[in-house]
Write a protein that binds this ligand. Structure first.
Ligand SMILES: Nc1nc2c(c(=O)[nH]1)N[C@H]1C(S)=C(S)[C@@H](COP(=O)(O)O)O[C@H]1N2
Ligand SMILES: [Mo]
Length: 354
């Protein structure tokens, strides 16, 4: 069964102290094969449809706004008046300035599918979702402030007191953007209305909601979760999940389509494999081309269970460069997702019946 994500899961690992950050930043391997760029009309049709049927595996490739996971550190949901809202760009810049929401919208240059995953999402968890975001490239916003020398990071500050940061090189990469629309609608309140960051390929903690200030700093800024020991690099690990069948279900003898998602963040997804004999042998699953280089992929596998009884299904994914999904270390087994996200393979147990 897909574990329902609660804030308690996220807080479980806290209190273990500050831990050194271990993950190096990886780069994309190879050319990414995505679905062809969609026209505005095709995108609209896709958003309206809700679910797709990938050869017998029916899934929400795009997560509807009201089902998109929510992680917020406190109970505060800022109430921001779009008329008086402004975004300040400050710090080591020759021309610090502020932008109104109207000015930000007029700068729109991005419409992109990006999957977000919470660093507290356990193996098989549901704190991972995919949406179409519209907004403005961060680099464009920063350049207008005429950045000075010696900048180490871009730090993001929110109206609920939350903060996080990214390396300045990533801020200038063109990958990162500010979003004001989600799946064709204004950003919903819980997801950061009126403006949030979208940092593709890094855990959701970096994608600051209710953004009101960007500061260019000359030191290694630590945000809300980093001060509490969570990963600052926050590179998403390769993950995969079985959505169909759910754990504990009965599956009829005959033909059955196993299906799920896989997400590699900066690693991309090159291959997905399924095991039907508790990880002894593996079979290649069929993958649907992802909606963008930053979105999850749907996968499916035709299963013809030959005999009745208990079966254990496991999935694993590989990055574009061949890197296999990681297993948990002893530390990971003890502390779960703390400090740098879940590791390990997702399994479900089912009973094949006549
Ligand atoms: N202002 C603010 N931004 C925030 C947070 C927060 O508590 N406050 N939580 C972060 C975390 S931990 C995650 S996983 C994502 C979740 O985004 P979502 O709630 O839109 O899914 O928001 C991030 N941005
Ligand atoms: Mo998160």
């Amino acid at each position: 069964m897909k574990t329902s994500f609660t804030r308690r899961d996220f807080f479980k690992g806290l209190g273990a102290g500050t831990i050194g950050l271990g993950i190096g930043v990886s780069l994309f391997d190879g050319i990414y094969q995505c679905a062809e760029a969609l026209t505005e009309e095709e995108t609209h049709t896709l958003l309206m449809k809700g679910t797709v049927n990938f050869k017998g595996f029916t899934a929400e490739e795009i997560t509807p706004n009201n089902e998109f996971y929510i992680t917020t550190y406190s109970d505060k949901v800022p109430d921001i008046d779009p008329k008086t809202f402004s975004l300040r760009v400050e710090g080591r810049a020759e021309k610090p300035y502020a932008l109104s929401l109207g000015e930000i919208k007029a700068m729109q240059d991005r419409t992109e599918f990006v999957t977000l995953e919470c660093i507290g999402n356990p193996v098989g968890g549901s704190a991972v979702s995919n949406a179409l975001w519209e907004g403005v490239t961060l680099r464009k916003v920063l350049e207008r402030a005429v950045p000075g020398k010696g900048i180490v990071k871009a730090a993001f500050f929110a109206e609920d007191g939350y903060s996080d940061s990214i390396p300045y090189s990533l801020a200038l990469s063109g990958e990162v953007f500010l979003a004001f629309r989600m799946n064709g609608q204004a950003l919903p309140k819980q997801h950061g209305y009126p403006l949030r960051m979208i940092i593709p390929g890094l855990y959701g903690e970096k994608s600051v909601k209710w953004l009101s200030k960007i500061e260019l700093v000359d030191y290694d800024f630590k945000g809300y979760w980093q001060k509490r020991g969570w990963s600052d690099t926050a590179v998403i690990s390769i993950m995969s999940e079985i959505l169909m069948p759910m754990d504990g279900r009965e599956v009829p003898l005959g033909n059955y389509v196993i299906g799920g998602i896989a997400f590699g963040g900066r690693y991309g997804i090159g291959k997905v494999q399924v095991s039907l004999d508790d990880r002894k042998t593996w079979h290649d699953a069929e993958m649907k081309a992802p909606l963008s280089r930053w979105s999850w992929v749907l996968w499916r596998y035709d299963w013809r269970p030959a005999k009745e009884g208990d079966h254990r299904i496991t999935v694993r994914a590989f990055g574009r460069g061949g890197k296999v999904q990681e297993s948990p270390s002893l530390f990971g087994k003890l502390f779960g997702t703390f400090p740098d996200g879940a590791k390990g393979l997702h399994s479900v147990s089912v009973k094949v019946v006549r």
